[in-house]
Design a protein around this ligand. Structure first.
Ligand SMILES: Nc1ncnc2c1ncn2[C@@H]1O[C@H](COP(=O)(O)OP(=O)(O)OP(=O)(O)O)[C@@H](O)[C@H]1O
Length: 255
């Protein structure tokens, strides 16, 4: 099967420091790939290069075999690289419903179905879709609440709902459980797992929580000091002596 996303030999140098060294990988449609590695491995740099937030030093990125290496961040989003917690901006003084409406109307503009700035009143279809998407994330009860008044866990749900409203070809999650309480963490992991199963999403994510990584990912790419050091299914990563030694320690074998 042809890859939906291909990354070929990506490199990044900050000043004289090489943060990313010739990293390549592919993601097949419907697959979930986790990028893991210790602090400073280059995961965020890689993510930002893929979304277009950071300019690359070398290499190529292809989405559906189209070279997007020189495509702007905004156009990449429109082409289907949806990144939560970065690309989607929550408007704190808007209600959750209004935030969702903004995301849905942004998608419609990207599809060419809507022109110009926001209309004063959304159509019934947009409003219905916004309610439906809030309900799917378990936050329908908060639809009239301003985003600035909700918990971190609910904010992540809102951000996920807004990103999914863009109907991304590849959903990119950068440490989706960072800063969450254990109970919020379990809830968001279950939500992402369920959404993935229901919608057959293609997901690329970074995460430090190994339980989450092994629950969700079909493949893992392990990075260390800017290099890809291992790529494989969870069992192979758990069994790799190299990964154990460089990164994860003994607890991985028991994860
Ligand atoms: N703007 C920058 N200028 C200089 N060096 C940078 C810059 N951004 C990142 N780096 C360096 O590049 C390396 C990779 O950083 P990066 O944030 O991509 O790692 P990471 O794997 O995401 O780490 P973490 O898990 O801590 O988020 C680090 O050594 C970091 O200090």
């Amino acid at each position: 099967m042809s890859a939906l996303l291909k990354v070929e030999g990506l490199s990044k140098t900050y000043g004289g420091f090489q943060a990313l060294k010739n990293v390549s990988f592919e993601v097949i449609a419907g697959e979930t790939l986790a990028i893991i590695g210790p602090n400073g491995a280059g995961k965020t740099t890689l993510f930002k290069m893929m979304t277009g937030e950071v300019a690359r030093t070398g290499g190529r990125i292809l989405l559906r075999d189209i070279d997007i290496t020189r495509t702007s961040a905004e156009l990449r989003t429109r082409m289907g690289l949806g990144r939560t917690f970065q690309i989607v901006r929550v408007f704190p003084e808007f209600s959750l419903l209004e935030n969702l409406i903004v995301a849905i109307e942004a998608r419609q503009r990207a599809e060419g179905r809507r022109h110009g700035i926001l209309k004063v009143r959304p159509s019934q279809a947009v409003s219905d879709e916004a309610h439906h998407r809030l309900a799917a994330m378990g936050i329908a009860r908060l639809h009239r609440t301003e985003a600035r008044h909700i918990s971190l866990g609910d904010r992540k749900r809102l951000e996920l709902a807004m990103t999914l409203a863009m109907e991304p070809a590849v959903l990119m999650l950068d440490e989706p459980t960072a800063g969450m309480s254990p109970s919020e963490r379990i809830a968001i992991i279950d939500l992402i797992q369920r959404t993935k199963e229901e919608q057959g999403l293609t997901i690329l994510f970074t995460e430090h929580d190994m339980d989450f990584v092994f629950q969700l990912a079909q493949h893992l790419m392990v990075m260390n000091q800017g290099e890809r050091i291992f790529f494989g299914p969870p069992e192979a990563v758990k069994a790799s002596a190299l990964v154990q030694e460089i990164y994860l320690g003994k607890e991985l074998a028991n994860a």
